[in-house]
Design a protein around this ligand. Sequence first.
Ligand code: SHN
Ligand code: NAI
Length: 215
Amino acid sequence: MPLYLPIMLDCSGQHCVVIGGGAVAERRVLGLLEAGAVVTVISPELTAALTVLAETGRLIWLSRHYAPGDTRGAFLVYAASNDEQVNGEVAHEARVQGVPVNVVSHGEAGTFITPAVLRRGRLTVAVSASGAGPGAVTKIREQLEELLGDEYEPYLDFLYRMRGEIKRREPSSSVRRQLLRRLEGLDVLDQMRQGTFIEWSPEVIDTWIADNREE
Ligand SMILES: C[C@@]1(CC(=O)O)c2cc3[nH]c(cc4nc(cc5[nH]c(cc(n2)[C@H]1CCC(=O)O)[C@@](C)(CC(=O)O)[C@@H]5CCC(=O)O)C(CC(=O)O)=C4CCC(=O)O)c(CCC(=O)O)c3CC(=O)O
Ligand SMILES: NC(=O)C1=CN([C@@H]2O[C@H](COP(=O)(O)OP(=O)(O)OC[C@H]3O[C@@H](n4cnc5c(N)ncnc54)[C@H](O)[C@@H]3O)[C@@H](O)[C@H]2O)C=CC1
């Protein structure tokens, strides 16, 4: 297996196709929906959770087997049936069309693989072992879950908001850089972990910027 290139893809509004409706397809669909994709599932059967998503209009379900041409025009394709041969055909068709494809039954047959994912609001950590085995990946993801607690969600929201304020208010790029460096050096993350953080009002932000803007 090669060393894959990690990237973060904007899938919002993009048409993505999943072949198969089992447990693995379900994981792929949930990831796609979280990323805002428009999902079509092609499978004669669906898991209970996928059935609910189809019934509530969160995905488009074509209740049939894969047929040639199903991957046409897709942004991403997932060959997630339990039939190796079908998955191989899907992969071949997608490759010919230049559409990125993930093959769940045989990673190397696809053009990308799916990492284990940990999310904390704006934070996304994707773990790949380049095919060394799902056990290793899962264990590393679980260890990172211990390390990166829920406090990262409000912390990154705080940094995001303050970064916006600094960029909006401060015309000098060198001062901006200094403010952003100082911002990241604050003990806000610890305060959030301990539950002692008090949301910064616009006045507090003004004062902090004024106090920290000297070069
Ligand atoms: C190559 C890759 C291709 C891809 O799917 O993209 C691939 C391939 C295969 N997985 C297989 C088996 C299992 N995989 C899992 C679980 C996960 N597998 C995932 C990713 C990947 N799996 C890609 C490499 C990622 C990397 O290394 O970077 C995760 C991270 C993401 C996800 O699937 O959501 C998720 C953990 C999520 C988490 O913990 O967060 C479980 C456990 C379970 O399902 O509960 C089992 C059953 C138990 C077992 O076999 O150990 C088989 C054998 C199938 C067979 O026997 O027929 C193949 C085929 C092959 O080896 O090529
Ligand atoms: N990459 C991964 O993380 C993992 C991969 N696997 C592999 O993924 C495959 C699928 O796993 P599960 O989802 O657990 O299997 P499953 O048996 O629960 O689901 C298979 C799905 O494929 C559908 N299907 C079968 N033939 C089809 C066709 N011709 N066209 C469209 N849909 C078709 C079935 O209706 C069913 O919905 C396994 O066979 C295994 O090889 C298994 C576990 C984890």
